[in-house]
Design a protein around this ligand. Structure first.
Ligand code: ATP
Length: 248
């Protein structure tokens, strides 16, 4: 347990059982810095549970999750966020009645809540960071727009921005392009590639065209275990993967 690793995330022997049913079963998964890693697999394969285990929402039965050489399995959800793990859920949790700028501002890691930040005098450093992130998430000309008026895709990007402003070293996203237009999917693909530079990104996705566009490495889960792993071409041509997942 005291060994160190160069990976940003090192998962070894991870298992969780719910009343004897192993939703994740002896999983090993390694993610490098600058890596965009996609987890695919049929419904019930354990994909969401893996993210729940990493962010501390679900406690493992056994195994290890090392993030920047910190063992996450014993840490609280809050401590895991503070250590640098950000997670985006499928439904965006933005403040619809605040502007894009205010949404980014309340997410700035300075321990301020919504109310505190509204009376907070904006420092140049904070504003600079907000502008930088807004440009990255393609909302720099929408800073004064109320978040509730954004398109579905833009709301998703805003939430990604609210995580980015906290500068996570690992960003996890659950089906980030669900419900998006074709154009928004393309833009999101580019965005995810960009934000994986300098950090690690872990995505769960069903849309294979999107996976093919973004993934550097793909892990296919089936019944809590790894069915195949590697680059997209390798995984796509794997007969086991075609049989249980892609063939449907
Ligand atoms: N808290 C829980 N208690 C009991 N069973 C659970 C719990 N969480 C997940 N499961 C079960 O674990 C299995 C894996 O679920 P999970 O949601 O991780 O799959 P998934 O691969 O994300 O599927 P989907 O693509 O449908 O989202 C499922 O059979 C699910 O019912």
């Amino acid at each position: 347990m005291s060994s160190t690793t160069d990976f940003t995330l090192s998962i070894e022997g991870l298992t969780v059982s719910f009343d004897g049913f192993k939703a994740v079963d002896d999983l090993n998964l390694y993610i490098d810095k600058n890596e965009l890693h996609v987890v695919i697999g049929p419904n019930g394969a354990g994909k969401t549970t893996v993210l729940d285990l990493i962010c501390g929402k679900t406690k493992s039965t056994s195994g290890s999750i090392k993030f920047l050489n910190k063992e996450l399995t014993k840490m609280s959800e809050h401590a895991i966020v503070r250590a640098g793990v950000g997670r985006k859920f499928q439904t965006p949790s933005i403040y619809e009645n605040l502007t894009v700028l205010e949404n980014l501002e309340v997410s700035y890691p300075a321990g301020r809540g919504v109310l505190g930040s509204l009376v907070f005098k904006r420092s140049t450093a904070v504003l600079q960071k907000i502008h930088e992130i807004a440009a990255e998430i393609m909302l720099d000309d929408q800073l004064d727009t109320e978040a509730g008026l954004l398109s579905h895709g833009q709301k998703q990007w805003l939430e990604i921005g609210m995580l980015l402003i906290q500068d996570p070293q690992l960003l996890m996203l659950d089906e980030p392009v669900a419900g998006m237009s074709v154009k928004e999917r393309e833009q999101t693909g580019e965005l995810l590639k960009k934000i994986s530079k300098g950090r690690s990104v872990l995505v769960i996705e069903h849309d294979m065209e999107f996976v093919a566009r973004i993934a550097q490495k793909v892990t296919v889960l089936h019944q809590g275990k790894i069915l195949a792993a590697g680059n997209m071409e390798k995984v796509q041509s794997d007969p086991k993967v075609i049989e249980v997942y892609l063939g449907h």
